[in-house]
Design a binder for this molecule. Structure first.
Ligand SMILES: *Cc1c(COP(=O)(O)O)cnc(C)c1O
Length: 357
């Protein structure tokens, strides 16, 4: 039996989108391939509220995270982490020989704008990374306040991980002053895993020109230059299947559901899950910073999460245990992509039934 996924990626994919993944191939050097990538880029610009160029990568989101820190750090990177994915960004810098320092908040707490200001005022850094929505803790960082701080540091390239939030909550890239905003297909966009997407500002491009060793496959400047030279084509062979599906899904998001409706639906689902969590458990992260796309619930009743998931599995559903060191201490319910309120209510009533709440 298929288990409906309430995990924070991969997510349930609409059958129409899955069908697009199985369409016949086209030549990746054809005019059709150019038109396809151009359409995806134009629509991603709308989704991200940006004028920046859009880069695609046939990797998961991690590929572009690694590419960003390597391609655009000339001096030193400050990595602000609020959990597992922020820490992974630091590892990427370190093992690519990119000078970097890690500033990690206690899990469940946000990246404070004051900390960013303090760190950048040293003048040591020319790139920062921030996690918008930390999937391991359920935190959504205060990016509006961080944007105010970043106005003081126009020379710093600002990279933002929106892997688990893009298309599920409003992210106005240009207004926020983000240079490289990264996401992947398998979370709130609602596609199978296998492709990553990012914005790439003029500032990021100018910086990358000054970085001598950017790698090859994940060199963001190379991706950018190829688009200009070859009319929106990808330098190697991209996952065309993902591009067919992404093109189709972006049209649905923008023109059928509508961005504002989509964001509102995510907030409504989040509100129901948070209220439920507060009634029966507690919400793990600090109040005021709760994610709109997933809720990390503190296991105050000390339930056996694996056993709960097994029972849910028999009923055709799956949620997520806590991540890493939060295993069994928390459990996570994703409310993202094309999931509907009925799905959430069905899950919650089944949990109540199993746990006899
Ligand atoms: C899932 C996730 C990643 C990793 O993305 P992949 O597409 O699996 O490489 C990075 N950051 C966050 C916040 C995520 O949720």
């Amino acid at each position: 039996m298929h288990k409906k996924l309430f995990i924070p990626g991969p997510v349930e994919v609409r059958p129409e989108v899955l069908k697009k993944m199985s369409e016949p191939m086209i030549g990746h050097r054809s005019k059709d391939a150019s038109a396809l990538q151009r359409r995806i880029s134009d629509n991603m610009r709308k989704l991200f509220y940006t004028e920046s160029e859009i880069l695609l990568s046939t990797t998961s989101g991690s590929g572009l995270m690694e590419g960003a820190v390597r391609s655009c750090t000339a001096k030193r990177a400050a990595v602000f982490s609020v959990g597992a994915f922020g820490n992974r960004w630091y590892e990427m810098a370190k093992y690519n020989n990119v000078p970097a320092d890690l500033y990690e908040a206690e899990w469940g707490k946000p990246t404070k704008p004051e900390l960013i200001d303090e760190v950048l005022s040293t003048g040591k850094y020319d790139l920062i990374t921030v996690t918008h929505n930390e999937t391991s803790t359920g935190i959504m960082n205060p990016v509006d306040e961080i944007a105010e701080v970043m106005k003081k540091y126009p020379e710093v390239v600002y990279c933002l991980d929106t892997v688990s939030s893009a298309a599920g909550t409003k992210i106005e890239v240009d207004k926020l002053g983000v240079d490289i905003c990264i996401t992947s297909t398998q979370k709130a966009i609602g596609l199978p895993p296998g492709m990553a997407i990012c914005t790439f500002s003029e500032k990021a491009r100018e910086r990358a020109e000054k970085v001598p060793f950017r790698g090859v496959y994940l060199d963001l400047l190379a991706l950018y230059k190829y688009i200009q030279k070859k009319d929106y084509q990808y330098p190697s062979t991209p996952s065309l299947s993902h591009m067919f599906a992404l093109d189709y899904q972006l049209d649905y998001i923008l023109n059928e559901e509508g961005l504002e409706n989509r964001f509102a639906r995510h907030i409504s689902m989040a509100e129901v899950v948070r209220a439920w969590a507060e009634k029966h458990f507690e919400v793990f992260p600090e109040k005021g910073y709760w994610s709109n796309t997933l809720t990390n619930i503190k296991n105050t009743r000390e339930i056996d999460v694996a056993a709960l998931n097994k029972e849910l599995g028999a009923r055709g559903m799956q949620l997520s245990n806590g991540y890493g060191k939060l295993k069994d201490k928390t459990f996570r319910i994703a409310h993202m992509a094309d999931m509907q309120m009925e799905d959430i209510k069905e899950l919650l009533s089944n949990i109540e039934d199993i746990l006899k709440l």
